[in-house]
Design a protein around this ligand. Structure first.
Ligand SMILES: CCCC(=O)SCCNC(=O)CCNC(=O)[C@H](O)C(C)(C)COP(=O)(O)OP(=O)(O)OC[C@H]1O[C@@H](n2cnc3c(N)ncnc32)[C@H](O)[C@@H]1OP(=O)(O)O
Ligand SMILES: Nc1ncnc2c1ncn2[C@@H]1O[C@H](COP(=O)(O)OP(=O)(O)OP(=O)(O)O)[C@@H](O)[C@H]1O
Ligand SMILES: O=C(O)CCC(=O)C(=O)O
Ligand SMILES: [Fe+2]
Ligand SMILES: [Mg+2]
Length: 306
């Protein structure tokens, strides 16, 4: 909230004034829906996340609730205990070493500018974008993260995404459509890609192809904070390395769950229920919000509704 008293003129709607963001940074976020903070996470922390990720891939550690996703190009091949077989891990909230990322004070300080003082880590992932097998399947289609979330309001949700190495167009950087967060939540479906599409990689259905794209090249440790309605994706990995990023979606304790029945988000609920069946052996009708309430973790203040 604005610190000054009296009527507030032109109050910025998306960032809270806690004396961390400069007026220029707040203005940039209000315009574009994202903000890059350079060099926010140390090399030492990133090495620790990398080591833990490797232990998880080797199955040296077992993490309750963790979802390990294989790339579509090797989905049906034999199990290999190596990072080469893992495209992404999700829901690492029970892994103390990786979850440390979500609680880093320098990250939380920024998150608070968007969520206010009551902060929950709702969704965690480490993305290990594989070298493209020549089918362009390593791309992530353009999407809005809110499509996957059954909670609101959108303005009290923010993603922190940290590059674990130098990421540019050669290994598939984030691509954003600046300002698109001011639009509504769009219908998402699987894109019709001949080379195959990864599980849950839904893309915006009828997207304005002429909207200006911006490639976010980032150095190791740089962190982008972005709004859940910002349309973004990532390009193909043309290198032979596995491109790594770690991310967490945070929400305010003031957010509340919504019922997605009858909305464009119904297709996600159906698919997540399928995954719950095969991965966690949950067969009773699960609703999205129970899954979310279960895996979210309080990182600061009070939980309240979520
Ligand atoms: C919102 C409208 C878009 C929609 O239709 S949304 C529906 C869901 N569908 C999609 O998202 C598919 C369409 N979207 C996309 O292709 C995305 O923009 C996506 C996935 C981020 C694109 O990824 P990539 O094509 O792998 O990445 P890219 O943009 O870096 O490469 C495109 C072409 O540029 C070239 N390029 C790479 N690095 C460059 C550089 N440094 N300077 C100049 N050009 C460069 C690159 O060779 C590529 O060319 P080409 O397409 O292979 O001919
Ligand atoms: N690369 C991996 N590293 C660690 N665990 C993995 C990896 N790939 C899959 N898993 C996990 O191992 C379990 C078995 O997955 P996998 O897909 O290999 O076998 P399956 O489901 O029994 O067979 P299939 O998918 O071929 O029908 C799942 O819980 C999955 O999440
Ligand atoms: O790291 C990436 O490629 C972006 C992933 C992403 O946007 C997502 O998983 O929602
Ligand atoms: Fe995303
Ligand atoms: Mg399987």
């Amino acid at each position: 909230m604005e610190a000054c008293s009296g009527p507030v003129v032109n109050r910025m709607s998306y960032t809270l004034d806690n004396n961390l963001l400069t007026p220029a940074q707040r203005h940039f976020y209000e315009e574009n829906g994202y903000l890059v903070i350079k060099n926010l996470v140390s090399d030492e922390d990133i090495e620790r996340f990398r080591d833990e990720f490797e232990r998880i891939c080797r199955r040296d550690v077992k993490v309750p609730g963790l979802l390990i996703m294989r790339d579509v190009s090797i989905a049906k091949s034999e199990f290999v205990p190596d990072e080469k077989a893992v495209m992404k891990i999700q829901d690492f909230q029970e892994d103390d070493e990786l979850f440390r990322y979500c609680t880093l004070p320098q990250i939380i300080k920024y998150v608070e500018c968007f969520t206010g003082p009551d902060i929950l880590a709702m969704h965690t992932m480490l993305i290990n974008k594989p070298p493209d097998p020549g089918k362009k399947s390593s791309r992530h289609p353009m999407h809005q993260d809110l499509h996957f979330f059954p909670f609101r309001p959108a303005d009290l949700i923010v993603c922190a995404w940290t590059a674990m190495e130098k990421i540019d167009r050669s290994n598939g950087c984030l691509v954003v459509l600046p300002g698109t967060y001011k639009g509504s939540l769009k219908q998402h479906d699987y894109p019709e890609w001949e080379g195959g599409v990864n599980k849950l990689y839904h893309g915006v259905r009828d997207c304005d192809k002429s909207a200006p794209r911006l490639h976010l090249a980032m150095e190791k440790g740089d962190t982008v904070f972005f709004h859940p309605l910002l349309i973004h994706g990532s390009g193909m990995n043309r290198t032979d390395g596995f491109r790594k990023a770690i991310a967490c979606h945070y929400a305010s304790g003031d957010c509340h769950y919504i019922d997605v029945k009858g909305t464009t988000q119904e297709n996600v609920e159906r698919e997540v229920a399928e995954i719950a069946k095969t991965e966690y052996d949950i067969h009773s009708p699960v609703i999205l919000k129970d899954i979310w309430a279960f895996r979210s973790r309080l990182v600061k203040g009070e939980r309240r509704n979520l």
